[in-house]
Design a binder for this molecule. Structure first.
Ligand SMILES: *Cc1c(COP(=O)(O)O)cnc(C)c1O
Length: 224
């Protein structure tokens, strides 16, 4: 099946209130354009450089989509990232959020951020440990930053062949999300729960995901 019809099939099968973000790593501009033609509106990139090349190749059509940073953001890349991204999904500390705030303020930019939760506490993955007090504190702190709007939580989750094995981690992330929402922090409107990939998106949706991040299932196997 073509990228267009695959995207449309998945879009039809997924509940309308769940957003589909396309993870674009290793994909060509033509492949990404095919998905945009089929209705894709959210693009995710793992590296600033990759997103820059993609934006240049898409030209004016890059304005038709929202740009999400879904990989770790290094301090020395923040300025470049701010020029490009609408959303940074991988904020992991107040210090980092302050760095983003400082630079965003300098150029008069407002952007959305999500906190990345390292839900299985894997040493190889970034993100905040899944402890309610830590996340609650961070959410309150970020809510006070004027150019940032904290809008969601994001998690990768551990990798298992069997997506059922990931379910408890998705469930736990949803519980943390609901808890923070229940605090009714002034100025904080947490609405997005970004979790679930090609192998696990069905389970993630059952556990309350509002945004799935798909690569392989739409574009085919990744090129090295
Ligand atoms: C690559 C990637 C995805 C999508 O992975 P697939 O298994 O190809 O669907 C989702 N989220 C992040 C952060 C990624 O890097």
């Amino acid at each position: 099946m073509s990228i267009q019809s695959t995207y449309r099939e998945i879009r039809k099968a997924v509940p309308a209130d769940v957003d589909i973000l396309l993870a674009c790593k290793t994909r060509t501009p033509d492949e990404v354009l095919a998905a945009i033609d089929a209705g894709a509106r959210d693009l995710g990139h793992n590296y600033v450089q990759e997103a820059e090349s993609m934006a240049a190749a898409l030209g004016e059509r890059s304005g038709a989509v929202r740009w999400h940073m879904i990989g770790p953001l290094q301090k020395n890349k923040i300025n470049k990232a701010l020029r490009l991204f609408d959303v940074i999904q991988t904020v992991h500390s107040f210090k980092q959020a302050q760095e983003i705030q400082k630079r965003a303020e300098a150029i008069g930019k407002h952007l959305k951020v999500y906190i990345e939760v390292n839900i299985a506490e894997e040493s190889a993955k970034s993100g905040v440990p899944p402890e309610q007090e830590i996340l609650e504190k961070l959410a309150r702190e970020i809510s006070g930053l004027r150019n940032l709007r904290l809008e969601g939580l994001m998690t990768m989750g551990p990798f298992y062949e069997d997506p059922e094995a990931i379910r408890p981690y998705f469930r736990k992330t949803r519980q943390i999300f609901d808890h923070i929402r229940s605090l009714k922090v002034p100025g904080l409107d947490l609405t997005v729960l970004s979790m679930g990939m090609s192998d696990s998106y069905r389970v993630a949706i059952e556990e309350g995901s509002t945004m799935i991040r798909l690569g392989t299932i739409v574009f085919g196997p990744r090129r090295a």
